[in-house]
Each structure stands twice: as C-alpha cells, then as structure tokens.
Design a protein around this ligand. Structure first.
Ligand SMILES: Cc1ncc(COP(=O)(O)O)c(C=O)c1O
Length: 428
C-alpha cells in the first residue's frame, strides 16, 4: 500500500494563516454562545454599488463572457485603471505595457514575488506587516529581512541599516502605505526618499496600495508612481476591494515598471485566464461610473474610527452619568425633600428612569459595537435628559437649582440627540 508523504517543505514553513486562526477562535466562541466583537479580518461589510452589480449580472447573461478571458485583463479595464491614475494621481501609464489586472492585490503581489524571487534572494519588508508581504517571500524561498516600522524611528534610516547588514544585497523591498496593521501613513516626500534609495541600491519596490482611497481628515495617500523615476523600479498594486466594496469579486491592478508588469503577466499567463469577464466589465463601470460610493464608504469608515473618540465618547460618559443622576434625583425628591408627587411629576420620574436605562444600554452597545446601537439610540439621548429635566421642573416644592439643572439637562438632551442624529444621517 502506498504511503502519502506529508512532510511538505513549504507547508512546514507556513504557520496557520493568522486570519484563519482568528476565524476558528471566533466560531468556537460563537458556538459557545459568547457575544463577541469581531476584530479579525477587515472584510468590507458595505455593499457593492448597485449599478456595478447590475452590470455584472447583465454581462454574466451574455454567452460571450462565458469563456476564458485574458490573464492581463480586458484592454478597456486596463485603460480604465490608467484613467484612474491620471485623474487621481496625475500619473500617465501605458495600458498595454504598464498595467495589468490581478485577482486582488494579494493574488497579484504573491505571484509577482513567486515569479521574481528565488532561493537566496534577499527581500526587505516592514515589521509588522500584512501577512502576505512576508509570507510571499517564504513561499518563493527568498531570504526575508525584517525592517522595524515603529512610530519613534525613521523607517528609511532603518532600511539603510538593514541594507548595510545584508549580503548579498537585497533584491526587493515590499511596502504598503496606508499601512496595515499599524495605520502608518506617509507623504510624497517619503516616497521620494524610497525611490532614491531603491535606485541607489538597484532594488525593486513593490507598493501595495490597497488603501489608496481609504483616507480621512483631508489626507490623500500618495502613489509611489507620482515620484519621477519611480517607474524605473516600482510596481504598485491597487484594488477595488476597499474603495468600491468589491472584496468578494477579487478585482485588483498592478501598474508601474514595464519589466515588472511583464514578469507578472508571464506567470499569470501560466496560472490563470484572468478574472471572470463579467466581473471585469463590472469593474470598468465601477472605475468609470459615479465615484460617490468611494466618498460614502470613506465617511462610513471615518465614523467608525471616530466612534471611541470625543465627542462620541462624551456622549457615552453622559449616558452613564445620567443613569446615576436619575435614581439620585428620585431618591432626593421622595426622601429628602418630602414633596408630594404630582401626576405629571410621577410620570416624568418614571419616564426619566426608563430613559436612563435605555440610554445606558445604548451607550454600552455603542462602546461594544462602535456604531450599531448608537445609531438606533440616537433619539434616546433626548429621552432621559428631558425626563430628568421635567422631573426637576414639575416636582412641586423643589429648590431653585433643581430648575436650573432641569433646563440644563433638557438642553443637553436636545443637543446630544441632534448631534447624534445628524452624524447618523450624514453617514447613510
Ligand atoms: C495591506 C493589504 N493588502 C492587500 C489586502 C487584500 O486586498 P485584495 O482584496 O485586493 O486582495 C489587504 C486586505 O485587508 C490589506 O490590508
């Protein structure tokens, strides 16, 4: 009986994929009935624009799109990505020789490394890094060198050190900014230093630009290809996964140095026949059609980023604060002040107590989900504050400061709910 050998050399060098592990732990926790927040793989949860889906469906019904496509991508799609570069980054590219489609940045990048790196070839890569940046080198049998990417050190200086300590000299540098997982962003001057460094050391540069469009606060991520001379040494990967919420459709691009684009095209011609043609047609529509989805998605992500920061954080603090204020007021009124509750006052107290509990729940959910319940609870901010305020105003013989406190609470409630409601609707 034959015995299958399981000592696969490459398998032994690859640890379980980090996100698969996180998924496994997540499923185990869910099955155990735990309520968990998934901070694992950033799978875009926003829908692909309807007009893109309609185009994909229409194209899928056309038998002309049922055969093999081209691994380099439809000429029109390559033209569309070059138009995007010209529009967004002022970079002129030749769609025939300087652009190719890939099935997501991850597929393209890993196959490029597989094609260009062999045993003993040195590759510099930031540490920490998105997994495929390091493991594509391991899969290719290359010699991986980690370069620290930390907030308190100069990354280019770290590169110089790594270069001076590596022999034979590294052949490739893999970068990605905006950076996952550290969120580090860079300016164009940074890429000017990188391009100068790479040209000086005859180094190829891969730039994974998966987050090209995910940016906030007036910051616009530069493409490495904006730098004069970059096309001599760099290939850049972009993707519609994040910008157009098309992660599941697997649409990406590689653009830049023509020899590097050619090398990727060569290996892809052996490995695949391109992404399904209907999806390529949908991608053309995504790139050439209305771009408001990009702004919408970015705003949604910004909102989520801001969720734990002020002033939302203040909202949560107020939520918990009101939770304690309401029973305290109740206790004050009924025990210390010894007043008679009017029917309106009794209702107001009840209203404020229930409202406070709901608000506390909304505040807590807000922290936990970072968004969901906070939206649902936008109007709840009004309820307890007004309730407590009414209680203070209508409960008969109360000290004067209770009335001031009541008015202040009502104003706070109105202010917070208006603020929350406007934030929620602006993100829709
Ligand atoms: C830095 C980075 N590169 C690439 C990818 C994957 O992109 P794509 O869907 O285009 O393969 C991700 C996904 O999270 C990422 O964070």
């Amino acid at each position: 009986m034959s015995q299958v050998r399981h000592d696969f050399h490459k398998l032994n060098r690859l640890p379980p994929y980090v996100f698969s592990e996180v998924d496994r732990l997540k499923m185990a926790a869910r099955r155990a009935g735990e309520d968990i927040v998934d901070l694992g793989m950033g799978n875009p949860d926003l829908p692909t624009p309807p007009h893109v889906i309609e185009k994909i469906c229409e194209a899928a019904r056309d038998p002309r799109n049922h055969g093999y496509s081209s691994s380099r991508g439809l000429p029109n799609l390559r033209a569309a990505i070059c138009e995007w570069y010209a529009r967004r980054h002022g970079v002129e590219l030749d769609p025939e020789r300087e652009a190719i489609t890939v099935m997501g940045a991850k597929e393209g990048l890993s196959h490029f490394v597989l094609m260009t790196i062999g045993p003993g070839d040195g590759v510099l890569c930031p540490d920490p890094a998105y997994p495929i940046h390091q493991y594509s080198v391991i899969i290719a049998g290359g010699d991986l060198r980690h370069v620290p990417l930390t907030p308190d050190t100069d990354f280019v200086a770290n590169l110089e050190v790594a270069m001076s300590r590596t022999w034979p000299r590294p052949k490739l540098l893999i970068l990605s900014f905006p950076h996952n997982p550290t969120t580090t962003v860079v300016d164009r001057a940074f890429f000017e230093r990188i391009v100068a460094f790479a040209r000086e050391h005859d180094l190829m540069v891969i730039h994974d630009f998966a987050y090209a469009e995910v940016c906030f606060d007036g910051y616009k991520p530069p493409s490495i290809l904006e730098v004069p001379g970059a096309k001599e040494i760099a290939i850049e990967f972009t993707s519609l996964s994040k910008s157009h919420s098309m992660a599941g459709w697997r649409v990406g691009f590689a653009c830049g140095n023509r020899d590097m684009v050619y090398a990727l095209g060569r290996i892809k011609s052996y490995l695949d026949y391109g992404m399904p043609q209907a999806i390529q047609i949908g991608a053309i529509v995504a790139l050439r059609g209305p771009q408001d989805v990009v702004a919408h998605n970015t705003e949604e992500y910004r909102l989520r980023r801001d969720a734990l920061e002020t002033p939302e954080f203040l909202v949560v603090v107020c939520a918990f604060g009101l939770l304690f204020v309401s029973p305290w007021l109740l206790w004050e009124f009924t025990n210390n002040v010894k007043i008679n509750l009017t029917p309106v006052g009794a209702l107001a107290v009840l209203y404020s107590a229930i409202g406070s509990l709901l608000l506390a729940y909304a505040g807590w959910s807000y922290v936990v989900t970072r968004l969901g319940a906070a939206r649902a609870g936008a109007t709840m901010h009004l309820m307890p504050a007004i309730g407590v305020g009414l209680a203070a105003l209508f409960l008969g013989e109360t000290p004067r400061w209770y009335h001031f406190a009541g008015i202040a609470l009502i104003l706070t409630g109105v202010g917070l709910s208006t603020f929350k409601a406007s934030r929620a609707s602006s993100s829709r």
